[in-house]
Design a protein around this ligand. Structure first.
Ligand code: SAH
Ligand code: SF4
Ligand code: F3S
Length: 482
């Protein structure tokens, strides 16, 4: 990314500035000097690898970490165990996400013993849990740097602290009301980008740890969002994904409140931007105004991810989702009327405490009625500190597994039927990459989020082209450019 700060011209003999982001620019400049010095000593570049767990929020945060590291002078190394600086950006939404991190740390420790320059940093949602940090302090002393979700903007400063101190640096904030703008970031794709529009979550769904680890809901100023997208577009981006845990409540916390639908109207006006996506939408806050904007828009993609979580009203209430099955189905009807060819996807949890077979049948009923294009299905995972963790009647593994398998089967059968309906139509496709298995093909994404593979070469990457869809292979198409 073009980042117009000349870090070599920042005077690091002066005291560090108090203001952000200038303070971080100062620490980037300082870290740059340290890195250069080591590079001269060892006669090669220092390398980094950022590994991301979890959701798109984390993916976007990792791009920010990468941007900072590149300004510092580190060079990306795809293989973790060969890198001089490894960062794990962690997720804790389900227990298995945590287990994966601990498992991989053991391996990294072995790599570190062979490379005297290697540093290991941990950040992200897992670090916001005090018991995790305690465990790291006690049993994972080889880790160099630990920070959380609220102070990720301080990455350069924390790295300098570690470079100057030789000890484990830990800095975790409980919460924040701060949003620091204008730090570097490096996109994974040249032609599309995630854009945070808000941080945190106020919903406290009873099973969910996100509000505890990401803090209270804070919306970014619309002017900052528009400015960022304008810069991205000038840099070659044609598609943005607006990110928030509940985008439908965007703007409520601003000094001059603004709705998500209004924000979309403003973003639509940005010349050169071709596609707008967003996630995630909470059904309780999905407004008629938003449905109207989606119906009118030329740029908003024909895809809505609308997590239902469960079909039984009794369970929805215990989950604190604040809508009913009937309300959800009504919303789906309204959306389909306004945007007839929209693709709907969802998240579903099986085995929430107290879920009976009848409750589960209600979930299957929603799946059959809505006929989702696809669904992410999760086995309920108990998160310490959430209200659901202490609810009675936690469901046995055997029962949950059986329900999970039945749900998955239903979801698959339906999505194969639903996805096939576009055979023989011509669709506008954003070409994303060369096909993984066949280099004579490229892979592109339709407005409705389905993938299509067709003959082409790398000159097409980042371009929007029309493709005739010949055959549907379940979750993707084979086609031909027209
Ligand atoms: N803010 C988004 C979801 C973020 S977490 C929303 O409200 O839709 C992504 C998904 O993980 C959730 O939709 C939910 O289906 C799942 N999830 C969250 N906590 C979970 C838990 N404790 N066990 C299993 N799945 C969970
Ligand atoms: Fe978690 Fe609910 Fe917030 Fe989504 S809306 S992040 S599921 S608490
Ligand atoms: Fe995981 Fe944090 Fe996202 S817990 S799902 S990475 S907000």
């Amino acid at each position: 990314m073009n980042f117009n700060i000349d870090f070599d011209n920042i005077d690091i003999t002066e005291a560090e500035p108090v203001q952000e982001p200038e303070r971080q620019y100062y620490f980037i400049a300082k870290a740059r000097k340290y890195v250069k010095k080591i590079e001269e000593e060892i006669g090669r570049s220092l390398t980094f690898c950022v590994t991301t767990f979890g959701c798109q929020m984390n993916a976007r945060d990792s791009e920010k970490l990468t941007g900072i590291l590149e300004q510092i002078g580190y060079v990306e190394e795809p293989e973790e165990e060969k890198a001089d600086l490894v960062i794990y950006n962690t997720c804790t939404v389900r227990e298995n996400a945590n287990q994966r991190v601990y498992g991989r740390l053991g391996q990294l420790n072995r790599a570190k013993k062979k490379n005297p320059h290697m540093m290991i940093g941990l950040c992200g949602c897992m670090m916001q849990e005090p018991e995790v940090v305690e465990k790291l302090k006690k049993s994972y002393r080889f880790i160099d740097l630990v920070f959380g979700t609220h102070n990720i903007f301080k990455f350069a400063e924390l790295l300098v602290t570690r470079m100057e101190s030789e000890r484990m640096v830990i800095d975790i904030w409980k919460d924040t009301d701060k949003i620091v703008e204008d730090l570097p970031s490096e996109r994974k794709y040249s032609f599309k980008s995630g854009v945070n529009i808000m941080f945190g979550c106020n919903n406290f769904c009873s099973y969910c740890i996100v509000p505890y680890v990401r803090g209270r809901e804070r919306s970014r100023n619309p002017r900052d969002i528009i400015r960022e997208i304008e810069h991205l577009v000038a840099d070659g981006v044609v598609e943005v994904m607006l990110l928030g845990q509940n985008v439908n409540s965007y703007g409520k916390s601003l000094d001059e409140p603004m709705s998500f639908a209004q924000l979309l109207r403003e973003i639509e006006k940005i010349e050169g931007l071709e596609r707008i996506r967003f996630m995630t939408s909470h059904p309780k806050d999905l407004s008629d105004e938003l449905i109207e904007v989606m119906g009118e828009s030329k740029k908003i993609c024909k895809h809505l991810h609308l997590p239902v979580q469960a079909g039984s009203n009794r369970i929805l209430e215990k989950m604190n989702r604040r809508y009913t099955k009937e309300h959800y189905l009504e919303l789906v009807d309204k959306i389909r009327k306004a945007v007839p060819d929209i693709s709907l996807t969802t998240d579903i949890i099986v085995g929430f405490p107290g879920e009976t077979e009848e409750d589960f049948q209600e979930t299957l009923d929603v799946v059959r009625k809505v006929r989702y294009d696809s669904a992410f299905t999760f086995i309920y995972s108990k998160r310490t500190g959430t209200p659901a963790a202490v609810m009675e009647q936690q469901i046995s593994e055997e029962v949950v597994k059986d329900r999970f398998d039945r749900l998955l089967k239903e979801v698959h059968t339906i999505s194969e039927e639903v996805c096939g309906v576009y055979t023989d139509t011509i669709q506008n496709v954003l070409v994303e990459s060369i096909n993984d298995h066949d280099a004579s093909l490229v892979t592109g994404r339709m407005s409705n989020n389905l993938l299509v593979h067709f003959p082409g070469d790398k000159t097409l990457i980042g371009k929007l082209v029309d493709v005739k869809l010949h055959t549907c292979k379940g979750f993707y198409y084979l086609g031909e450019m027209v």
